[in-house]
Design a protein around this ligand. Structure first.
Ligand code: NAI
Length: 333
């Protein structure tokens, strides 16, 4: 029996997390879920967006499955997503982006992995008004964080049999900050002679990615570029509804989709749960439930490839529930 923290989140979060939980159960994995509210809902109940019992649960369990949580724009509380990653020092954000067999997209040979530094850069939240009408937002890049994320990327490449790590940066303009990130990458690369390494400027990388995405293997990015480029990459393989993610640190891991809380479709039972189910597959691999992970993955890929039961974002008409129930029948059948 595994004990796992569950954060349903808001918007489409509860719909897609409940789908993932049902699929995990159907695969025969026994989990005791500890479920918590977060964000606006937690403020209403606990007076703070990141309640202490949730923090304690993740500290104990070391693994969490998380739905998306909305962050108010330009005012209100700071992102709980960023806060959670910082709190548990989940420094590596991993986003595998791969074509799903049978799912028609502009490309059919994308198989890349985005490794995003998760703890610093412009996400440090250090912003202030210098004088009225002038604000300053601080970009923090450290040798420690840059080297450890580079090492994570090379270790990941080695473990997964991947051949190349490409650092994506803007060191031509941000000579000190991105320059340090790039220097650390090059330094760490020396320890991995078996893995190729190169680098590319972020604007060129975006253009190359939408023209020849098959050229890329593992991409290593700072926090902000990683955030933007992973949405771009998701668009190459079917959109935000199908790309999973993991936030990994030395002492814990939180698994969540790349997408947000999608308020435009929340509560309508039409969200695609694939991204969260794929995140759950990464989680099952992480907790050594490799057989269940591979059975769910196979069933999911078959269902998507057959194309009979698809949600609207993928051109189908199935509801979230119908998609999930079909997947569960496939798993059990
Ligand atoms: P979003 O990812 O929520 O939505 C972008 C577009 O993709 C929308 O049209 C939405 O309907 C569609 N979409 C997203 N997920 C989908 C799914 N599973 N199935 C079908 N369609 C899907 O991005 P947006 O609108 O920029 O952000 C909404 C909120 O989510 C914001 O408050 C933002 O801060 C938050 N957010 C939270 C994240 C997290 O919890 N890790 C990550 C990204 C955003």
């Amino acid at each position: 029996m595994h004990r796992i923290t569950l954060i349903p989140g808001d918007g489409i979060g509860p719909e897609v997390t409940s789908a993932a939980v049902k699929v995990i159960e159907a695969a025969g994995v026994s989990v005791e879920w500890e479920s918590f509210v977060i964000g606006a809902e937690a403020i209403a109940r606990y007076g703070e967006p990141l309640p202490q019992p949730l923090i304690e649960s993740i500290s104990r369990n070391k693994v969490a499955l998380k739905g998306p949580v909305g962050t108010p724009i330009a005012s209100g509380f700071a992102s709980v997503n960023v806060a959670l990653r910082k709190k548990f020092d989940l420094y590596a954000n991993l986003r595998p982006v791969k074509n799903i067999p049978g799912l028609k997209t502009k490309f059919d040979n994308v198989d890349l992995v985005i490794v995003r530094e998760n703890t610093e850069d412009l996400y440090s939240g250090l912003e202030h008004v210098v004088v009225p009408g002038v604000v300053e937002s601080l970009k923090i890049i450290t040798e420690k964080a840059s080297s450890r994320i580079a090492r994570f990327a090379f270790e990941y490449a080695r473990k997964k049999g991947r051949s190349r790590v490409t650092a994506v940066h803007k060191a031509n303009i941000m000579k000190l900050s991105d320059g340090l990130f790039l220097d650390c990458f090059r330094q760490v690369a020396r320890d991995y002679p078996d893995i190729q390494s190169d680098d590319i400027i972020v604007d060129n990388a975006c253009m190359q990615l939408v023209m020849r995405p098959e050229k890329y293997d593992v991409l290593l990015l700072e926090n902000l570029y990683g955030d933007i480029v992973s949405d771009l990459a998701a668009g190459l393989v079917g959109g935000l509804g199908v790309v999973p993610g993991a936030n990994i640190g030395e002492h814990g891991a939180i698994f969540e989709a790349v997408h947000g809380s999608a308020p435009d479709i929340a509560g309508k039972n039409i969200a695609n749960p694939t991204a969260l189910i794929k995140s759950a597959i990464l989680m099952l691999e992480h907790i050594n439930e490799v057989d269940a992970a591979s059975r769910i993955n196979k069933a999911l890929e078959e269902q998507l490839a057959e194309g009979q039961v698809l949600t609207r974002d993928l051109g189908g008409t199935a509801t979230t529930t119908e998609f999930t129930d079909a997947l569960i029948s496939r798993l059990k059948g």
